[in-house]
Write a protein that binds this ligand. Structure first.
Ligand code: GDP
Ligand code: IMO
Ligand code: MG
Length: 432
């Protein structure tokens, strides 16, 4: 039992990438389990920033094997470019560091075109997708028309698959969305080239590889993308992504049993953010929200969009603890809250004059709730240079203790800056 799942406990961008990079020092393997290039995971090592979209966040640790599991939707060109950047800067030297499952779904140009066309066709109910083709690619997987990573290495059958897909996709794009379709020859030419470049990373049976390692007692981290509230089944549907972001999907995607999981670590920011459309009960549209956005550099690493900011929402966070079975928490970006006289925490919602403490399942109801805010005294000290827990100023430890008691789940890690070293440990990651 040496598997640990790291899951986003809010609306994404909680700092999963940083945390995985820190944890990977002690791990043998990092497995990315869902999503695609819609994710943007930022790592800062010795002041140098690396943004990863598909490559697992363990890649900066040469001893750690990174695996892209079957549940991921892989944009071949995006991952090719990511690999090239890592190689050029000397961060990826051995192809053995990265494995891509043959049975992962690939994203093709028509997926992105359909994603864009669909969003453009929506009026006031836009989801605000990243435009990376995620929804259409997962649709193809569910409707059994997906092209898989392993397929790109067999030219003839690949051609037949894409030809079949194009008949339908081009019809939709040209006749329904009145936009341009794609030519089989163009797609095939691009795929042929990229297949050659990605061949060294191909792995036939990712599930077998991960299982064998777990059996041998290796330490395996499962890296989630997006966050709980963006989950296709349990998020604020339809304002969600198209994959299951929850911890349980780490097992389903990798093809391992749940008993391999020792801990589920929920990552949350000391406040809350959301990119794109959909309900966000604690959103601050005033200068307090603007201060958090500026201090936290809350601009998307994939699309550059400004992230909506608000106070920490304990109703939503408790929900995330429940639906993921979170055993331990990591609190990120505590340093960003410096300079507020008081810090707000949402402890309940008011709906039609009634106080509720459970998340409503309807996003339309959630959009109407009024957050009940408790106020905690703020602090003025810069936290980014704090090296040990005992050096944290008293008001910050009061905030941490307050959250710990409200959440009933231990906060094991506190992050006070984007850098690897700006991490305070309450408890070690692995039990043994
Ligand atoms: P992810 O998608 O969950 O991996 O998160 P992102 O990388 O999209 O967004 C988190 C941002 O916050 C990145 O720019 C990180 O470098 C940064 N970050 C992570 N932890 C901290 C922290 O404790 N303090 C500050 N100030 N920034 C952090
Ligand atoms: P990481 O892994 C934050 C949001 C989009 C949009 C919705 C659907 O960096 O935390 P999609 O392109 O997935 O169909 O868009 O989901 N979204 C994210 N928000 N962080 C992410 O990833 C996200 N990936 C998708 O903004 O609202
Ligand atoms: Mg991100």
């Amino acid at each position: 039992m040496a598997g640990i799942v790291v899951v986003g406990a809010q609306w994404g961008d909680e700092g999963k990438g940083k945390l995985i990079d820190v944890f990977a020092e002690k791990a043998d393997m990092v497995v990315r389990y869902q999503g695609g290039a819609n994710a943007g995971h930022t790592l800062v090592v010795n002041g140098q920033k690396t943004i990863l979209h598909l490559v697992p966040s363990g890649i900066l640790r040469p001893e750690t094997t990174c695996v892209i599991a079957p549940g991921v939707v892989v944009d071949l060109f995006a991952i090719r470019d990511e690999i090239k950047k890592l190689k050029d800067s000397g961060l990826l030297q051995n192809p053995k560091q990265l494995m891509i499952a043959d049975t992962a779904t690939i994203i093709l140009p028509y997926h992105k075109a359909l994603d864009a066309a669909r969003e453009a066709a929506l009026d006031d109910s836009k989801i605000g997708t990243t435009g990376k083709g995620i929804g259409p690619a997962y649709e193809d997987r569910a409707s059994r028309r997906a092209v898989l990573f392993g397929d790109i290495f067999d030219r003839e059958s690949l051609k037949a698959k894409i030809e079949l897909a194009l008949r339908e996709k081009n019809f939709m794009l040209e006749n329904y969305y009145k936009t341009k379709g794609f030519k089989l020859e163009d797609i095939m030419a691009d795929l042929e080239k990229v297949a050659e470049e990605l061949a060294p990373y191909r792995t036939k049976d990712a599930s077998l590889f991960i299982s064998k390692n777990l059996k041998a007692g290796k330490r395996v981290l499962f890296e989630g993308a997006q966050g709980t509230m963006l989950d296709i089944m349990h998020g604020t549907y339809p304002f969600v992504t198209s994959s299951s972001t929850l911890s349980a999907n780490a097992c389903a995607s990798a093809g391992i049993g749940p008993m391999n999981i020792q801990k589920v670590i929920g990552v949350f920011k000391a406040y809350a953010t959301r990119v794109g459309g959909g309900p966000f009960p604690t959103e601050l549209t005033d200068e307090v929200g603007q201060k958090i956005q500026a201090d936290g550099h809350e601009f998307g690493s994939t699309t550059g969009r400004a992230r909506r900011c608000g106070w920490l929402d304990l109703v939503a966070l408790k929900y995330a603890i429940r639906v993921n079975g979170i055993t331990n928490l990591a609190m990120m970006k505590l340093d960003v809250l410096t300079g507020h006289d008081r810090i707000g925490v949402c402890t309940a919602y008011k709906i039609n004059g009634e106080i509720v403490t459970e998340l409503p399942t309807s996003p339309y109801e959630l959009a109407k709730v009024e957050p009940v805010i408790e106020w905690i005294p703020g602090w003025k000290e810069d936290l980014t240079k704090v090296k040990t827990l005992s050096d944290l100023p008293r008001p910050t430890t009061n905030y941490i203790d307050y959250l710990g008691s409200q959440l009933g789940t231990p906060i094991d890690v506190i992050s006070v800056g984007p850098g690897r070293e700006q991490t305070l440990w309450v408890k070690p990651l692995f039990n043994n």
